[in-house]
Every structure is written in C-alpha cells, then in structure tokens.
Ligand binder design. Structure first.
Ligand code: URA
Ligand code: CA
Length: 441
C-alpha cells in the first residue's frame, strides 16, 4: 500500500477501504508517513468528505491507536458525558454528583482548557489538594466506592487523534464534521463506558454556529456510537451566551457548588437536570426522562447531590472545607464591577468575545504550554432578555493582571447588543438526536 495512491483515490472522491484507513493511521502514528502527505489527505477529506463507513473506520483506527480503558470492573452501566465545548460550561461538576447520588457510576476522563473554552480538570485543580491523576486501579476503585471519579485523560488515549488534531489545527482542516465526529468519538470509545450522552453546543460561542450544522455533527457521532454498539444520544444546546453566569475556573467551581446548593443559575440547573436524566435512562436506572427529572430534582433539593460532591472531592484528596466556605477558593487581587453604558433589553451576546475577555484576564491558556490563573475570570449579571438601565452592573471581572482590566471591560461592553423592545429568553435545549429520531423542540 502506498500513501500516494490513497491520497489520489480520496482526491478523486472514491471511498477508502478499512485496510487503507488502518494503514494510514497506524503508519502515521508510528511516524512512517510524513506530515505533508497526511496534510494532503486531510485536505482531500475536507473537500470530498467521508462516507459513514469511512468515518467509522477512521474512528476505530484512532480508538485502537493507544490505550483502551477497560471499565468492566466497575459495577453497573457506565454512561459518559461529553460536551463539544463552550464558554462557562460547568455541567460536569454538577451532573457527576447528581447522577452518582442516584447510585449510578460515573467514571469520567476530562481534559484541560485550551483557548477560550475551559476544561473540567483545570476547574477541579482550583480545589486545594485535589488529585486529577489516579492510576487506573485507583480510578476504578474510587468509582466503585464513591460512584464518581474524574481524572485527566491519559496521555496515551487515542494518540493518533492527538497527532492528527495538531496537524488539522495548522492546515485549516479542523472544521470538517466527519473529522470532528471521529476525533471526539475515538476518545469516548477508548475511554470505556457503555453509553454516551453528548452535549453538542450550537451558537456564536461554539464550533457549530447553527442548529442545522449541530444536528449534522450530532448525527455523525450518534451513528459512530451505534456502529460501535454504544448507545449514544445527543442534546443540542444553546451557546448563544455563556452557560450560567461564571466564566473562569474557581468562579465556575463556586457556581457548581451554588447550583448543588439550589442557589445556582437557572439555565445551568436546567441543563444539568436534563443531562443527568438522560444518563439515568441510558443506565437503565429509570424508564423515562420525566422520571429522571423528578428523581434528580429531588436529589438536588434534598442536598444528597451536594453531599455526593463533597464525598467525591474528599476521595480525590481535595480540601472539603473549601466547599462550605468558597472564599477559600483562589481569589483574584482585582475585582471590578462593570456598569452598563447602554439601556434596553439584551438582545445578543457575542459569546466568543466573553470567552476571550476571560482569557485576557488570565482564565485560559493562549497555547498548550501556557499556565492558567485559576482565580481569574468574570461573572455575567445580565443575560439575553434582561432589561438593563445605564449604570446597572452587568458583569464583575476578577484578575491579577491590573493592565488587563480596561481591555476586558471594553470587550465585555462591546459583546452586548441591545434592543429597545423586550426580547424572549433563548431556548436552551433545542433538539435531541438519537439512533432513530431527530426531535426538534
Ligand atoms: N474536539 C475534539 O476533540 N476534536 C475535534 O476535532 C474538535 C473538537
Ligand atoms: Ca458558567
């Protein structure tokens, strides 16, 4: 087999075989095919697309390129959750304990943040003492004991995807639906759960800008999951504004704790309850989403989900006194309120700009090697549909970089669009994609 022939075949719009895809992925991972040939292949895929079969074969080749986690020692049906990434998305920290408090195991591998989107692992590190690196044995033991553990993704999970993603990033081939779907699903399948709930973000703060594009991506991923015999369902959820109010690591941990204490933002609570209800259904704990909503709402109200969060933090070495007193979380030196210079109803928020403002304040990584300021970020006090008068506080920024305050302040003010007339709140959950059905809500 020659890489040249495969590039030619794909350029001409023909379908690659499983043997060809395996050859290309295995040889590339080993380093025997040069980046320039793989770049050409990626560009050919970008323009010609891939069939359902090719997409599945690519996913499988990447899934088996490194460690494949065996979770069979964990009792029960394991459901993984994945978010395609957004601004201020704090769901894992709430959904994990919520599902675990219902007795369903959650064995979660999470990533770090890059650019303006956050990562669960960074957030958890704002709790002093918390360990994100457990051996696979400790991980499994903790899930069996506590029903919940969250660890950093092993460095050797889907190494082919890691290499390919880095190449896509510099060859303008990231935003292809089949490539994104196979990239995400290769890691989810390698991580070993029995079923997968996907939170596909749509809107100006997400990869996918429209519901149509989001549904296409969701369908690809659901297809791959089903081919691999893992039940997979996707919720399409709005990223037309940050989720909840907080954007930034310690601030989002506080927001998750508030939510577990029945004192969090409505949109975050709503999404967490729905994601958790799907996880209960997929783990066969419940027979319907409505039943799951009832149970999870009760677990939240009763404080059992909050107690589970504490147990989880303690099991991984974190200082739980921080959970009762969130002023012990990393605190920024400069805390500044931003006042509105416009009046009216908020019509739109440039969510990307809000994410970039948080990055400017120190909350994110400009590149993979950069360090992160866990205390930095912002809180939005007004969201789409809210009425604002001149002088109202619309956001609070937290930073240790005094010189970034003015810039971040301008970014936030410029990110807001106002209307004179009232504006309805955007719908949070917009569609559900499962094996047999696309339901638009
Ligand atoms: N996230 C991934 O893991 N892969 C992609 O291709 C895009 C987003
Ligand atoms: Ca948030």
């Amino acid at each position: 087999m020659r890489m040249y022939d495969m590039i030619y075949k794909k350029r001409e719009g023909q379908e690659l075989t499983q043997e060809e895809i395996n050859f290309f992925i295995n040889q590339y991972t080993e380093g025997s095919i040069p980046d320039y040939q793989v770049s050409a292949m990626l560009m050919a895929i970008y323009f010609r697309g891939m069939s359902k079969k090719e997409t599945y074969y690519l996913t499988e080749a990447m899934r088996f390129s490194g460690d494949v986690i065996d979770l069979s020692e964990i009792e029960g049906i394991k459901v993984d959750k994945h978010s395609t990434g957004g601004v201020g998305d704090t769901t894992t920290l709430v959904v994990g304990p919520l599902v675990a408090s219902c007795g369903v195991p959650v064995a979660k591998m999470s990533g770090r943040g890059l650019g303006h989107t956050g990562g669960t692992i960074d957030k958890l590190e704002s709790i002093p003492g918390f360990h994100v690196e457990l051996s696979i044995e400790q991980f499994i033991h903790t899930v069996n004991r506590v029903k919940l553990a969250v660890v950093g993704q092993s460095g050797h999970l889907a190494p082919a995807d890691k290499k390919l993603y880095a190449l896509r990033d510099v060859t303008a081939t990231v935003d292809n639906i089949e490539l994104i779907a196979s990239s995400i699903m290769s890691k989810k399948l390698a991580a070993g759960s029995n079923a997968i709930i996907l939170d596909v973000k749509i809107g100006n703060g997400a990869f996918m800008k429209t519901l149509d594009e989001g549904i296409k991506l969701a369908k690809e991923m659901v297809n791959i999951g089903n081919y691999a015999n893992r039940e997979t369902i996707a919720l399409l959820t709005s990223m037309e504004q940050p989720l909840g109010n907080a954007v930034g690591n310690a601030l989002e941990v506080k927001e998750a704790i508030d939510t577990l204490n029945n004192n969090g933002p409505e949109d975050l609570e709503e999404l967490c309850i729905h994601l958790a209800s799907y996880m209960l259904l997929m783990s066969k704990k419940t027979n319907s989403i409505d039943e799951g909503i009832k149970i999870t709402t009760q677990k939240l109200k009763s404080g059992e989900a909050f107690a589970k969060f504490k147990e989880f933090i303690q099991a991984q070495g974190g200082d739980i006194s921080v959970i009762d007193d969130t002023t012990k979380l990393p605190q920024a030196k400069y805390i500044t309120k931003i006042k509105s210079i416009s009046a009216g109803y908020i019509q739109g928020i440039k969510t990307n700009e809000i994410g970039l403002a948080a990055l400017t304040l120190g909350a994110g990584r400009e590149n993979k090697a950069a360090s992160i300021d866990l205390s930095a970020g912002l809180q939005m006090h007004k969201k789409i549909g809210d009425q604002v008068s001149i002088g109202d506080t619309i956001a609070t920024i937290h930073t240790n970089k005094k010189e970034s305050i003015e810039q971040a302040c301008n970014m936030i003010l410029n990110a807001l669009e106002f209307s004179k007339g009232s504006i309805p709140k955007p719908k949070l959950i917009q569609a559900i994609v499962s094996k047999d059905e696309i339901k638009i809500l």
